[in-house]
Write a protein that binds this ligand. Structure first.
Ligand SMILES: [Zn+2]
Length: 306
């Protein structure tokens, strides 16, 4: 199942067939009953109880110690309920913990959806122990969907920070990629940045591209989106075309190097190890494959670190 309206389908982090059943979150009795029979995913901080290819689930009887429950929803076919148990206690051996980046691409659609939801909640809860109005402690409620202030009872909702990511092309259908100094050496990827207050996605696309690589883009088209809970983003992907490739220039801070690629230049740069593409779990990788077209999976895999 996919809910993406753009041409990028089945993005690794956006392929969940889970019914979040949000009407159950406010029903403490129902949550209690569902918990007793649920499949429960242990999260130690932000790491998942998982093998290299699948999540591990426990039953309520096996959960001990201090932590918080997150209600993740129900399997639409079997109506089985899923929860996460978020704890800082080492309930499982270190060897049985994986990060979402490590296993995200290998999980089934259902498990990927559960893992993305659980990790996103885990990051948000960990970062919001106090009320942003009065500074008092907050407590998790509604199955982990809300935190509530113990003093003024204000409700605090999980945050998701929108970021646009842009496939920049010229009139000859060449692709412009950049390198950030914080990335692994030789990695090249698309341009991205957070949406600012008062800004539309499209305005953000134009601004970010101009800032990072000096190019003015006109046409902007939506490609797709996927959650990126590292810690709290959603990536909204666009492609944009420039009439004037000659103004391209790295900003020297966020982006230290830029390069235009034809398809054959991209193929040979990957083959020779001259550049590394972003990991398969990322939307940027799918954007580059979408641009490359037929043969992307065969031609662009060298050096993959997933
Ligand atoms: Zn408060």
């Amino acid at each position: 199942m996919t809910s993406n309206a753009g041409p990028l389908k089945n993005l690794v982090m956006a392929r969940s067939p889970i019914d979040r059943a949000s009407h159950l979150r406010m029903d403490d009795g129902a949550l209690e009953r569902l918990w007793a029979e649920a499949r429960i995913l242990i999260l130690v901080e932000d790491r998942l109880h998982a093998s290299d290819t699948a999540l591990n689930f426990q039953s309520a009887k096996e959960i001990t110690g201090t932590g918080e429950r997150f209600f993740l929803g129900q399997n639409v076919e079997t109506r089985e309920s899923y929860f996460a148990w978020h704890t800082s206690e080492m309930l499982v051996p270190e060897n049985d913990l994986r990060t979402l980046r490590q296993v995200g691409a290998s999980l089934s659609d259902l498990e990927a959806g559960l893992a993305v939801h659980a990790v996103g909640l885990a990051h948000w809860h960990a970062a919001h122990p106090r009320c942003s109005r009065c500074g008092a402690a907050t407590q998790s409620t509604f199955g982990g969907a809300v935190r509530i202030c113990v003093e003024d009872e204000s409700q605090h909702h999980p945050r998701t920070d929108p970021a646009v990511i842009v496939l920049v092309k010229d009139r000859e259908d060449r692709l412009l990629l950049g390198h950030q100094p914080t990335w692994p050496e030789k990695r090249f990827s698309n341009f991205a940045g957070f949406v600012e207050p008062g800004e539309s996605f499209e305005q953000c696309v134009v601004r970010e591209v101009a800032e990072e690589c000096g190019v003015i883009v006109g046409e902007v088209h939506y490609l797709g989106s996927q959650p990126w809970p590292f810690p709290a983003s959603i990536m909204i992907a666009f492609e944009a075309v420039t009439e004037d490739a000659s103004t391209a220039k790295a900003d020297g801070e966020e982006i230290t190097e830029i390069r235009w690629f034809s398809r054959s230049e991209m193929k040979s740069a990957v083959e020779t190890g001259e550049i590394l593409l972003p990991p398969r779990i990322s939307v940027s990788r799918r954007m580059i494959e979408h641009w490359y077209g037929v043969g992307a999976r065969e031609d662009l895999t060298k050096g993959d670190d997933w």
